[in-house]
Every structure is written in structure tokens, then in C-alpha cells.
Design a protein around this ligand. Structure first.
Ligand SMILES: Cc1cc2nc3c(=O)[nH]c(=O)nc-3n(C[C@H](O)[C@H](O)[C@H](O)COP(=O)(O)OP(=O)(O)OC[C@H]3O[C@@H](n4cnc5c(N)ncnc54)[C@H](O)[C@@H]3O)c2cc1C
Length: 417
């Protein structure tokens, strides 16, 4: 059995479903295939922060030395499992190069442009369609600092961001407590950034998947790509656990799994999986109404629809799905230390997922020179939810031969050689 389709999207996460939406709007014949349930990858349990006005990349000066210090701490939020893997070594080589002032300053305006355009597209999606039960709210985000050193670092980040037009407002500990009575007495200060929103990510993607089906997209879950047949510079056939597909264009939107699939057609993608955890609880009352960052602990706390989610850690240990209880315990501890006013928390779900990390923190969007009918839409790292709609729109523009609304140079999938 072979299914013909104009565009075959591999991956039913936020990126694949957003691409399907913008392609369907252009009346393109689209099929999405997903190996599990729709939105069962990293797009399901992430922190739900729409960081529209966040430009600073993960790769930044000082990150490597901080990371090395954290390597010795089993409860730390950052960990790279040492292993002799040529892909990891190559990835770290490029990551090290990106952890410098000049590449960081090149990345900031690019990330901001993606985020700000996505802000417009999230607003447009919510005004055009009935997606309201996903808890989308543009309320900003409050960064909380318990130590003077942490606050000083936050102030440096604010000053850097302000150079690029990001708005942020410093608050004293008392002012922060007025806004957020559940926060600790033991607070050094806070910074409020208005350019953030919050959302229940799984519900957003599932609602959008239902919508694209109504628009005529074939959405096939439990359909796993197991092989791709290449003839010269063309992908001729995609074989899955539920039959073969012949497509004019293939869009690779498989998140942290993308390198495995790219390798089936001889393309090496420099993406490492970075595991993170989240705990979803019933939304407490009293509780925060806006997204928080417990800055020194690197924990995100996000109210979303009827839930409150707190999430943390970045563990680069390949696709190891094990849950490190010490790191989860450190996340819970930080939550209670920063927010002692929330006495009882009713936990509903503990989750882990893999961020698809590129070495320079920028996504890979566009065609690879090695194959003329493969479009990459992956490598979004910490910001894939935020950048979902703009990525989807760019994919639709690329596939339909329009001039993309962004210069795709910084997102070139071949940029690491
Ligand atoms: C703890 C944590 C917190 C985060 N917080 C935020 C946040 O607050 N804001 C933000 O913007 N981003 C956040 N992120 C990042 C964000 O979740 C990701 O960047 C984003 O979800 C990536 O989307 P995706 O569609 O590329 O990947 P995914 O959602 O992982 O989707 C890829 C899909 O491909 C499918 N697939 C894989 N292999 C195959 C195959 N062989 N055949 C068919 N299908 C296949 C997978 O099953 C999966 O569903 C966070 C991530 C984590 C882990």
C-alpha cells in the first residue's frame, strides 16, 4: 500500500502541526505522520512559557564554566553525561564556539525576531479559531532572585536585553511580594518582563491538530518512519509501520529524533537531546497567576489553564528516558523554598521530554543542499513551543516557493558542515 501526498510531515509535535496548519491554509495536500499519539514528544509536557521577548541563547559566555561546576552536583539543573560519542564531541566543539560574545550577539536579534513574529501569530490563531481552553494568556513573566549574586546576574541579563529593545522592569523584594504574596520573605529582588505569555502546550497542539484535520490534513498517529529510500538527491519513498508514502516534499519535524531519521537518507544533523522534567499539579489557590522563573534554581513555574506546572533540568545523556529522582527532588525543593505560601500541592503528573538542541541555540529551518525535497524544521531547543507558529509559516513559504519572510541564513541546516 502506497499513499501519495504532496507534503509529508514527519512528527506530530508543535512544529509539525503548525507546519500542517500553514500549509493547509494554502490548500496544499498534507499528511502528518507521528509514531505515538499526536503531541506525545517534547511539545506535551514542556514549561508552557511563550518566551516571545527572550533573545539570549543557551550558548552564551560563562555557560561552559558554570556547566562544568554543576557537573559535580547530582542535584544540579545542568548535566552532560561524558561519553565517547563522535556526534556529541562535534556538537560540544560547535557549542563551545557559540559560547562567545560575538555569536551570542548575532543570535539575540534573530531569536527575538522569531519570538515577536510568533507572538503575532499566536494572537492571530486565537482570534481566528476557538482554541481558548488552552489557557493562552499574555501576562508577562516574573523572574525571582533569592541571592544578591543571582539578582546581579539578572540585572546584567536585563541590561543586555534592553540593548535589543526588550522591556523589563526591576522590582524590589517588597514590590515583588505585593504582586505575589506566596513568595518567600527571603528574596533579593525580581525583574518583570511583559513580553511573555503562558499556555497549556499539549492542549494547544492537540486542538490545532483537530483543526488541521477539519481543514483536510491527513493526521496519522502510531505511524513510525522506519526507512527512507533515496534516489540521487530525492527521497522517493518513506516506509512506515503503517505503509509506504510517496511525497513531493518531506518535512522533518521530529524534534530530538530528527538526527536518527535524517541519517536514514545519509544526512548528519547536529542535534543533541537535552532531557528535562516537569511536574504538573492542580492549580493551587492561592498561587501565581503569571509565569515565574525561580532564577538561581533554573526552575520555571507556569500556571496554565486548570494546572500549575514546574519544570527544570537540562541533562544531555542521549535519549536516556530514566528519571533522576535527585534532580526532581531538587526541583520540588526549589519550588517550596521560593514559594512557601503554597503549602499544599496536589501533583498529577511527572513527565520527562527531550529538547532538540542545536549547538548555537538556533533552529534548523530550510532545505539541506544534499536533498532537494527535504525541508528541515527542527532543532528548536528550549524555544520550540514559542517558535512553533513562525516555523510553521516559514515551512509553508519554503514549500510553496514563496520568498520566506525571514532570511534563512542563520537557520541553514548545513551550517555546521
Ligand atoms: C522540560 C522542558 C521544558 C520546556 N519548556 C519550554 C517552554 O517553556 N517554552 C518553549 O518554547 N519551549 C520549551 N521547551 C522546548 C519545546 O518543548 C521543544 O523545543 C518543542 O516541543 C519541539 O517541538 P517539536 O515538534 O520539534 O518536537 P516534539 O514535540 O518532540 O515532536 C516530535 C515528534 O516526532 C515524533 N517522531 C519521532 N520519531 C518518529 C518517527 N520515526 N516516525 C514518526 N514520528 C516520529 C515524536 O514521537 C514526536 O511526537 C521545553 C522542553 C522541555 C523538555
Amino acid at each position: 500500500m502506497e499513499t501519495q501526498t504532496d507534503v509529508l510531515i514527519i512528527g506530530g509535535g508543535v512544529i509539525g502541526i503548525c507546519a500542517a496548519y500553514y500549509l493547509a491554509k494554502q490548500d496544499v495536500d498534507v499528511t502528518v505522520i507521528e509514531k505515538g499519539d499526536i503531541c506525545s514528544g517534547s511539545s506535551y509536557g514542556n514549561a508552557g512559557v511563550l518566551a516571545f521577548d527572550h533573545g539570549t541563547p543557551t550558548a552564551a559566555p560563562g555557560v561552559l564554566s558554570q556547566g562544568l561546576r554543576w557537573l559535580l552536583d547530582a542535584g544540579s539543573p545542568f548535566y552532560i553525561k561524558p561519553r565517547l560519542d563522535p556526534d556529541l564531541i562535534r556538537w560540544l566543539w560547535h557549542f563551545r564556539a557559540a559560547c562567545n560574545e560575538a555569536p551570542m550577539r548575532r543570535a539575540i536579534p534573530v531569536q527575538l525576531a522569531l519570538g515577536r513574529r510568533s507572538a503575532e501569530l499566536f494572537a492571530e490563531l486565537h482570534s481566528e479559531h476557538d482554541l481558548d481552553d488552552d489557557g493562552y494568556e499574555q501576562r508577562g513573566r516574573l523572574f525571582l532572585y533569592r541571592t544578591p549574586a543571582g539578582l546581579a546576574h539578572g540585572q546584567e541579563e536585563l541590561a543586555l536585553s534592553q540593548e535589543y529593545g526588550v522591556e523589563g522592569q526591576q522590582l524590589s523584594a517588597d514590590e515583588a511580594r505585593k504582586r505575589l504574596p506566596v513568595v518567600t520573605e527571603d528574596l533579593a529582588g525580581a525583574i518583570f518582563y511583559p513580553g511573555y505569555a503562558q499556555i497549556l502546550p499539549g492542549r494547544f497542539v492537540q486542538n490545532l491538530a483537530a483543526l488541521v484535520q477539519k481543514m483536510g490534513v491527513r493526521v496519522m498517529d502510531h505511524t513510525e518512519v522506519i526507512h527512507m529510500e533515496r534516489g540521487g538527491r530525492t527521497i522517493n519513498r518513506v516506509t512506515t509501520t503503517r505503509g509506504d508514502f510517496a511525497a513531493g516534499e518531506v518535512v522533518l519535524a521530529a524534534g530530538a529524533w530528527s538526527p536518527v531519521i535524517a541519517r536514514m537518507v545519509g544526512v548528519r544533523l547536529l542535534i543533541q537531546a537535552a532531557k528535562g522534567y516537569s511536574i504538573t499539579a492542580k492549580r493551587p489557590d492561592p498561587g501565581p497567576e503569571i509565569a515565574l522563573s525561580l532564577a538561581e534554581a533554573k526552575v520555571a513555574v507556569t500556571p496554565m489553564a486548570e494546572f500549575l506546572r514546574f519544570s527544570s533540568t537540562l541533562e544531555m545523556a542521549h535519549m536516556d528516558t530514566r528519571i533522576n529522582q535527585r534532580r526532581v527532588a531538587a526541583t520540588r525543593k526549589a519550588f517550596h523554598e521560593f514559594l512557601p505560601g503554597i503549602e499544599v500541592i496536589e501533583e498529577l503528573e511527572l513527565w520527562r521530554g527531550f529538547r532538540p538542541m542545536s549547538p548555537d541555540s538556533l533552529p534548523m529551518i530550510g532545505r539541506t543542499r544534499k536533498l532537494h525535497n527535504l525541508v528541515m524544521a527542527t532543532g528548536h531547543g528550549m524555544l520550540g513551543l514559542t517558535q512553533g507558529p513562525i516555523t510553521g509559516k516559514l515551512v509553508a513559504q519554503i514549500v510553496s516557493g514563496q520568498t520566506p519572510e525571514f532570511d534563512l541564513g542563520p537557520f541553514d541546516p548545513d551550517r555546521f558542515g
